[in-house]
Design a protein around this ligand. Structure first.
Ligand SMILES: [Zn+2]
Length: 333
């Protein structure tokens, strides 16, 4: 750029000197110079009005292509997007609320995405074993694989849903951030800042859980699947439904007849004040429980395995907690 500028200056000066001998050419050259100065002033004006924009453009041109992230589940994909911003392109495989992730089987498109990824995020803990198969099918030493379930500092026993433990998320987000930095070191400062923002954004969720605990500690509730134990425990709620029932539903097995009877009785006798219902892991047994709760006007709080389309991780978690709090307010005097 500098060389071009110098060349233009040299040519301009040469033309001016020659033009001194010819008035017609001199007039033309002065006219061209005037237009040139005008354009220069306008350009400087434009850039000085948008210094941030020109800075971003130069940053983008210095960095290589965006980091390709493939997340097995959309809540991890959302966190990667929040941490990476414009420097990542994220493909989330599980995002359809009508598909039960416990039953998912991958397809060819998933395999192609994984084979091209710089960073892969899965949950592990037997939640998404299909991802391990895709990873072994396309070995790549430069790819970083993050397994949320192995990083989470507070996993519950026999419960793969670690992302429902809000206190698990900073460690998982930090690992994702490290992976982005490894693929795109030039943007490390941005990733650090975004991680700090993400961690701070979890505070309202933790505050809401503390608020529910403060108001409703010990309240008996029903729960169709283990997923929400991470938050019922944190909120001090008393889950009546047998754990074996919840685990069987999560694992796609039939709960024992005795456990089904117990779960139904707890609804029919109104011992459970609300029914927290996993709307994404549904069987005829859970549908039946839901119908019984409806008939008795026991509030039903739907919770989902994956993030609902128009939300991010934080608003998804917070909306469910707000629903729970509202329903508890209705029934607990
Ligand atoms: Zn589940």
């Amino acid at each position: 750029m500098q060389t071009i500028c110098i060349s233009i200056k040299v040519i301009t000066i040469t033309v001016i000197i020659k033009a001194m001998n010819n008035k017609k050419i001199l007039g033309f050259v002065l006219g061209v110079l005037f237009v040139g100065i005008l354009v220069y002033i306008l350009k400087v004006g434009i850039f000085s009005q948008h210094p941030q924009q020109s800075l971003n453009n130069s940053t983008a041109s210095q960095t290589s292509a965006t980091v390709k992230v493939v997340a097995a589940e959309n809540f991890y994909g959302d966190v990667a997007k929040q941490l990476g911003g414009d420097h990542v392109s994220v493909t989330s495989i599980l995002s359809d609320p009508n598909i039960d992730p416990h039953e998912y089987e991958s397809d060819v498109q998933n395999a192609i995405a994984v084979s091209q990824a710089d960073v892969v995020i899965e949950n592990g803990l037997d939640y998404d074993t299909w991802m391990d198969k895709l990873l072994s099918a396309s070995p790549n030493n430069n790819r970083t694989v993050i397994i949320g379930g192995q990083i989470a500092p507070h996993p519950l026993p026999d419960n793969p849903h670690v992302w429902y433990g809000v206190d698990n998320m900073p460690a998982i987000a930090s690992a994702i951030s490290d992976a982005l930095k490894k693929s795109d070191p030039a943007d490390a400062a941005t990733f650090d800042a975004n991680l700090q923002t993400f961690d701070n954004s979890l505070n309202p969720i933790q505050q809401k859980i503390a608020e529910i605990k403060n108001k409703f500690v010990g309240t008996p509730v029903g729960l169709t699947e283990t997923i929400y134990l991470y938050q019922t425990q944190a909120a001090g709620l008393n889950v009546l439904t047998p754990l074996e029932f919840e685990k069987a539903i999560a694992e796609g097995n039939d709960p024992s007849a005795a456990d089904v009877k117990t779960a139904n009785d707890q609804i029919n006798s109104r011992q459970a004040k609300v029914l927290i219902y996993n709307s994404q892991t549904v069987t005829p047994i859970t549908t039946n429980l839901q119908n019984e709760a409806k008939q008795l006007n026991i509030p039903i709080v739907p919770v989902s395995e994956t993030m609902l389309g128009n939300k991010n991780y934080q608003s998804w978690m917070l909306d469910q907690l707000n629903n729970l709090e509202q329903d508890l307010t209705l029934v607990v005097k």
